[in-house]
Each structure stands twice: as C-alpha cells, then as structure tokens.
Design a binder for this molecule. Sequence first.
Ligand code: GLY
Length: 405
Amino acid sequence: MKNYDAFPEINDRELREAMEFCVRQIIHVLPEFTEKFQHAHSVNNFYEPKDNLDWTNGFWTGEIWLAYEYVRDNPDAVAMLRIGTPQSAKDALQKAAEVQIDSFLHRIQNKITVDHHDMGFLYSPSCVAGYKLIGSEKGREAAILAADQLISRFQEKGEFIQAWGPMGHPDNYRLIIDCLVNLPLLYWASEETGEKKYRIVAEKHIHTAVKNVIREDYSTWHTFFFNPETGEPSHGATCQGYRDGSAWARGQSWGVYGLATAYRYTQREEYIDLFKKVTEYFMDHLPSDLVPFWDLEFSDGDDQPRDSSSALIAVCGMLEMAKYLSEEDAAYYISLAKKLLKAIYDHCAVKDMEESNGLVLHATYSNHSPYNTCNHYGVDECNIWGDYFYMEALTRLMKDWKQYW
Ligand code: GLY
C-alpha cells in the first residue's frame, strides 16, 4: 500500500455538517419523492421522479431511513435545522418510507421487474431496514419474498447466482462482482426464518465468486462466465469497465465491500487477506486527489469522468471490515476511510440545494467505451447509490450503526 499519511481525514464537525445537509435535502424533496422514487442517476445534477421499476430504488428508501435515524437520535441538532420539529420530521420520514415499503411489497408479490439478482440492493436498505427500525411486518414479508426470488437464480452447474437475463442462456451464464453485496439479504432471511437454504446459496456463490473474479494482481473482473453444460469457469469480461482486463472502479469497490460482508458471514480467514489486497489495488490506483476515475486504468492527466460512488462504497466496505480486524488494522482502515471520505466531501459533496437535489456529484453510472458492452448514461452525475453510501459512511462514522445489510 502506498503511504497516505499526508492526506487529511474528515473531522467530526464535517461529518455532522454533511449529515445535516443530507437530512435537510431529503426532507426538502420528500413530497416529490414519496409516491415516486429518485431515478438511478440525475440529469444535470437533478433527479427526476420515477416508478419503482429499476434495480436502484431501494437506495432512495435507504436514504430516507438513514435520515430517519439521524433525526430520531439527534433531536436537539434537528431542532436547529428549520425542517419542522424533530417529531414532525421523524414522522414524515417514517411515513414516506412506509409508503415505499408498500410499493416494494407490491412489486415482489407481482414479480414486477425482479428477473435479476439485485434483490439485496432493492430490499435490504428499504424493507429489511424498515423491519429492523420500526418492526415493519410488510417489510419483513417483502424481503423474504425477495430472498426467495434471489435464490431462484442459483445455478447448480457452476454454483453461482446468475446476474442477468433468461436463466441458463449461454450469453448470460455468468456472475458479476456486484452481487456480493446482494447476499446479506440471504443471511438475514436465514436468520429470520430459521431456514438454511438462503445461507447455503449465499455461501456457495461467495466461494465461486471470490475464486474467479479476483485476478493475480488483485484487480477484479466485473463479470465472469461459466460453461452452462459443465459449470466449469470459462472467462472474465467487463460490461461497465473500460475494457476486458482493466479494473472498473465500482467493480473493485463492490469487491471491497463484498469481501467485508463475505468475511462477516463466513469467518473465512483467507477473506481478510483478500480484502486487504483488493483494497490496496483500489487505493493505489487513485489519482492524487483520491476521487476515483470511473475505471482504475485512468489517472492524473486523463480526460475521463470520475466515479465518486465507487469511493463511497469502498469507504463503507473498509468501515465494515474494521469491525473484524485487530485494533491496529482497524485503526488503519478507519483512517483510510476517513481520508477517502474527506476527498469526496471536499470535491464532490453537494453543499447547496440550488446546485442539485442529490447529495454527491461526479459519479458515473454507465460510460460507453469502444471496448465495453454498456449503454451511455449517468456520466458525471449524481447517482442514487453514491448518495446512499455517502449517508451510510457518515452514519457509520458517527455511531455504532446497526446495519441494514
Ligand atoms: N450494480 C450495478 C452498478 O454498480 O452499476
């Protein structure tokens, strides 16, 4: 790992100010985004309202829950924010999140655009959170149905959860690194129902994913194909990265968070070392201001967009992993996380509602290159998971957070 001693950490005052801006922004836009959701990405830094049809909707509800927690836990600070009384603000946030839980329950009961693996992203920060925070039974029911949907995508041949597309089709017989962060939903479902089937699938998938997506130099593949006849590993490929063989910044950061949760649930010692190496690759391929380019192939001097959301996912992954490390290692990763968060706070955080109705600028969703297969949208914009993980990172650093994942 390079030496990061010279970089400043985000301090307690900045954490509080950042969180309070998030809470004010969310309360401000809540009437527009209760029945509708913030879209996956902004357009000219402003989100438009959309129905609950994307893989990303859970992050918006998750932001509402994180704001709810802050308001609930800090009534004195909230009283100064001119967003109503702490009680009225808390009630408004809870009510909006509950409206959205109804929408998530309807979506999974009617199987509306749920033919993919992103059940964790959809149902953990929305419905599991609602169950954990206010005992929402609808949230519990929806999240268990979502876990059933997720395990229905398990492929015995190859032992992985198929990410996208019709089940078994050779063009889609693959897993993607992002899926590691979908799996806490399965562990939660096993704990909640007492049924092992969810955990068994999660563990098999983790094992297959970790074995195949991490390359020799600890960069990662975005996606990895298997032979549908034999289940044998076939080859890695990118979808959203610059090219096959480069390290898509967000893929690498899903790896950082994914390895932390993989260790949390499996306690396999080898995942600690892999976490350290994958994190080191991410950190050591950042430019001098620590705001990641969208692909780690690029660095200082390149005229390419950034992806602030990848930094925020990595920050949360480091803070999660710190809980399971020795005191010395934990202090190291917490400090690194604070440095990365400081860079995002300084260079990307929205600080004026006139500038954006989101929270974090300079994220990239899907940047088409001559060598990748993705469409082009959400480039140098806010995106909804960047905003969510910003709030999760702030929350993790301000209290002992009981996670939604
Ligand atoms: N999980 C999809 C993405 O990170 O864009």
